[in-house]
Design a protein around this ligand. Structure first.
Ligand code: ADP
Ligand code: MG
Length: 381
């Protein structure tokens, strides 16, 4: 008997299109001898839509079939094209319902489409990676892949994440948080605090992702505009001192035998997009849309003791926020040989060519094996 996996993707966050690409990658690598996938997309309105209505058995999943279009030859499954895909508005809305101990996926007429054994939420950003959908699965008693409610929420919030890291003895860079109340009531105080930080600054929505809403500024005169821009994504804004260094990432995977979580070899992001080195950063375009503007080098060329330090700190960061299943932990390795933690992603980019699966592949864990481990871990809880 196979287990039925609810593969949930899309969602009401700016990372919606990325999530569709991830879902195609996961579905193509899922061991169908063990698992029967039920793909469900969440559209921009928050409706759950049965996906893959044009999927033919035995064929590759694609962005087209997951958005309920006829498959085309040229449909990319691993990179985003200029027209960003979207889960359709209407067509076959579905919902979860609990009957006795069964979690049924039903259509509008109440017909049962499937009984769900385990959920794989492949959602990034707000309403997906932030503990909200995890709470839904908790209340229904459905086992699910990845971090729980608290870890997801802390991992989404760049302010609380830093506090958890500091408590665990990890080094974070100087930062100032401006809440909506600060901005409305004590704006001058908040701006004065920011003025204490060394330029350049990174101005970010506190609960964002995929670099969306982030601006790098090199003059304080650009600050208010950058804050207003970040506030379009989240009314809580985090402002950080720019850190000069290499961007080093590390994958963390929980252990099936209950021992401590394991770290992959560290990888390095080399951003080559902008001709002016000073202005390069790992933005949305270099992450997803421009194949040659960011490269992963893994294992990163680091002294052996630094490699071990990265791996140790990645696991400590995972534990600091109480994560589960998987996470990608991102650092800066400064030119003064200091390791500064940037962030944890509890649902990192997970297409076959994303950093997280690539780092594990180079550590000896292939993509299908990774997916299988995550589904097994989910069912252990
Ligand atoms: N404090 C910083 N110093 C230098 N570069 C930064 C800093 N913060 C962010 N960046 C750059 O911006 C990118 C996106 O920022 P990040 O905090 O990782 O946001 P997201 O959660 O959207 O991925 C980073 O990968 C890095 O290139
Ligand atoms: Mg990041």
């Amino acid at each position: 008997m196979t287990k039925t996996v609810l593969v949930l993707f899309g969602g009401q966050s700016p990372e919606h299109p990325v999530s569709i690409v991830t879902a195609a990658g996961v579905l193509n690598a899922l061991d169908t001898g063990q698992y029967t996938p039920i793909p469900v997309g969440i559209n921009q309105h928050g409706d759950w839509v049965l996906a893959g209505t044009h999927q033919r058995q035995g064929t590759e999943w694609s962005v087209a079939t997951l958005t309920n279009q006829q498959p085309t030859e040229s449909t990319p499954t691993t990179a985003l094209s200029d027209t960003l895909p979207e889960v359709p508005e209407t067509t076959t809305p579905v919902a979860l319902r609990k009957v006795n101990s069964d979690n049924q996926l039903i259509d509008v007429d109440g017909n049962v489409i499937a009984t769900i054994d385990v959920a794989f939420p492949l959602l990034h950003g707000p309403n997906g990676e932030d503990g909200t959908v995890q709470g839904l699965f908790e209340t229904l008693g459905i086992p699910y892949v990845g971090a729980g409610v608290l870890a997801s929420a802390v991992g989404m919030d760049k302010h609380f994440m830093k506090i958890a890291f500091q408590y665990a003895g990890l080094k974070v860079g100087p930062w100032v948080t401006i809440t909506d109340a600060d901005w409305q009531n004590t704006r001058d105080d908040a701006l004065a605090q920011v003025a204490q930080l060394d330029l350049p600054l990174f101005v970010k929505p506190a609960r964002g992702g995929s670099s969306l809403g982030i601006k790098r500024i090199s003059m304080l005169s650009q600050l208010e505009e950058a804050i207003e821009h970040a506030r379009e994504f989240d009314t809580k804004v985090v402002i950080e001192e720019g850190i000069l260094g290499r961007e080093i990432e590390c994958g963390v995977l929980d252990s099936l035998d209950g021992s401590r979580a394991k770290a992959s070899y560290p990888g390095e992001i080399v951003v080559t997009g902008d001709d002016n080195v000073e202005f390069q950063f790992y933005d949305f375009e270099s992450k997803y849309q421009s194949a040659d503007s960011a490269e992963l080098s893994c294992p990163a060329e680091l002294p052996e003791d630094v490699t071990e330090l990265v791996r140790d700190q990645a696991v400590r960061a995972f534990e600091a926020v109480d994560a589960a299943g998987l996470s990608r932990v991102d650092f800066f390795y400064t030119y003064d040989d200091e390791l500064v933690i940037n962030e944890i992603n509890t649902m990192p980019g997970f297409t076959p060519i994303s950093m997280y699966p690539q780092m594990w592949q180079r550590t000896g864990v292939e993509y299908p094996e990774l997916i299988d481990a995550l589904l097994r871990l989910a069912q252990q809880h």
